[in-house]
Design a protein around this ligand. Structure first.
Ligand SMILES: *Cc1c(COP(=O)(O)O)cnc(C)c1O
Length: 480
């Protein structure tokens, strides 16, 4: 049997027989992408929702020509969320650095597998080196290290699996022999992934005990200690405290020093979800906000958020890397054991894994630590200006004083009753999108509707803030 030539054309032939046509396809796609991204300011950050009914998505019986595929790229671009527009300030979704896009492309092209050293001889070493450097940047000791995972939820999951195995002495993960119900303690504003993780660990969502927060949205340390002692007295077994460095809604950083001291006092694991705020390690001016992170037993961090790396890219770091290996490793019999560079697939939730480290490393290399410092300081500078503008308006209030480049706020104009505040804010969000082209998000926070901006786009400028507030003021006037 021989393969149809038309099918072989769908691969890059290793004998140089289709280079020209491949090059043409790649150039065409590249042009389409660039046509869109270099003009992204002129496309709405939030395209109107179009319902695509089948057969649009139907898998064809016969192969399609490359030109037919590039036709649908137009459609894909036109109907996608457009975070490249600087007025997209609604979520933690950054525009990717050029080299993270290229790194993803390169990683797909060589298609190595981070499962094992023999399947990715260069890239496995790279992942070990990069995660080690991040461990050091976070102030963890020499014995620390980590791995990359495809998203923060997985990073939090692996940290808490190891925490459970270590603290509850369940090295093979069997919880059924435990006399007491295991509990995770986290702030009421901790990320929703902690609840999923409780389900995955088999401890149940009800065993994520939520600690109250203070006015400034930080975990209340007195309540934290109360919860710990209360759980112990009631015959439960807390094993980990999850502190957050940069909550998703308001970018708040818990008091990491106090929390780690308390965790030590009760011999609990302290996991720091620095998935968003961890980027501050690159800013000399602001890194002090992470004080105490160096005491963590584990840290999760997402370069896919504030390091502008294309999704997905996350990491989990452990204070004692060898201990993590001891408590988590499942050897793969079909892989040659690697004593120096343990096959990453044996010590990671994921098996086969894309070389997400490549786009991270290329981004870091092309921008440098100082470049990242500039980006982060710039975002924080603009957040100050934004917050100042907010405070000039008595009808607006912040949920808590912003610490990062996230501002959660809402209008509470006195001429409407507080029963109508939610509606007012919802309408303002729609008004800003329709009349000014700004996309800001509308989180529910403390049972109310709030507005939220994440000032992440490097092309977002002070002028954007001025124009945005002009529109907010105009809306406020029309509503009177
Ligand atoms: C985004 C986020 C997560 C989850 O990360 P994913 O990559 O979306 O799985 C967890 N914690 C915090 C604080 C986050 O902001």
């Amino acid at each position: 049997m021989q393969l149809n030539k038309e099918i072989l054309e769908k691969f890059i032939s290793p004998d140089n027989s289709n280079r020209e046509s491949v090059q043409e396809t790649i150039s065409k796609l590249t042009s389409q992408i660039l046509d869109f991204l270099t003009d992204a300011s002129n496309y709405s950050p939030y395209p109107a929702f179009t319902r695509f009914t089948d057969p649009y998505f139907t898998i064809p019986d016969l192969p399609k020509k490359d030109v037919q595929l590039t036709e649908s790229v137009k459609e894909i671009l036109a109907h996608s969320m457009n975070a490249a527009n600087p007025k997209y300030i609604g979520h933690m979704d950054s525009i990717p650095t050029l080299w993270s896009i290229l790194g993803d492309y390169l990683a797909s092209a060589i298609n190595n597998n981070l499962l094992s050293l023999e399947m990715s001889p260069f890239l496995t070493q790279l992942e070990y080196s990069i995660t080690k450097q991040f461990s050091t940047l976070f102030g963890l000791p020499d014995a620390s290290g980590g791995i990359l995972l495809s998203g923060g939820t997985l990073s939090n999951l692996q940290a808490l699996i190891v925490a459970r195995n270590e603290v509850l002495h369940t090295p093979n993960g069997n919880c059924f022999s435990l006399q007491k119900e295991p509990v995770i303690i986290a702030s009421e504003h901790a990320h929703a992934s902690i609840q999923k993780i409780a389900m995955l660990l088999g401890i149940g969502r009800e065993n994520v005990v939520k600690v109250k927060t203070t006015q400034d949205a930080k975990m209340d340390i007195a309540d934290l200690e109360y919860q710990v002692t209360n759980l112990l007295a009631s015959g439960k077994q807390p094993f980990a405290i999850v502190a957050t460095a940069g909550t998703t809604v308001s970018g708040t950083i818990d008091s990491l020093l106090d929390i780690s001291a308390l965790a030590k006092k009760y011999s609990l694991w302290v996991h720091i979800d620095a998935i968003y705020g961890g980027a501050l390690i690159f800013s000399q001016k602001y890194t002090h906000l992470l004080a105490g992170i160096e005491h963590a037993d584990s840290i999760s961090f997402n370069p896919q958020k504030w390091l502008f790396v294309a999704k997905t890219c996350s990491m989990v770091l452990f204070r004692d890397f060898q201990n993590m290996v001891k408590s988590f490793q499942v050897a793969a019999p079909y892989m040659k054991a690697q004593p120096e560079f343990i096959n990453l697939g044996e010590i990671s939730i994921q098996g086969t894994k894309k070389a997400e480290v490549l786009k991270l490393w290329l981004s870091l290399t092309s921008i440098g630590k100082q470049g990242y410092e500039q980006l982060i300081d710039y975002n924080l500078h603009l957040t100050k200006i934004f917050t100042e503008e907010l405070s000039k308006r008595t009808y607006l209030k912040v949920s808590s004083q912003p610490e990062l480049n996230i501002v959660c706020f809402r209008g509470e104009p006195e001429y409407i009753g507080d029963h109508a505040y939610d509606q007012w804010n919802e309408q303002l969000q729609g008004y800003l999108l329709k009349n000014a082209g700004y996309f800001i998000s509308l989180p529910t926070y403390k049972n109310n509707v709030w507005l939220r901006v994440v000032l992440l786009n490097p092309f977002f400028k002070k002028e954007h803030i001025n124009v945005l507030f002009e529109h907010i003021d105009a809306f406020e006037k029309t509503y009177r």
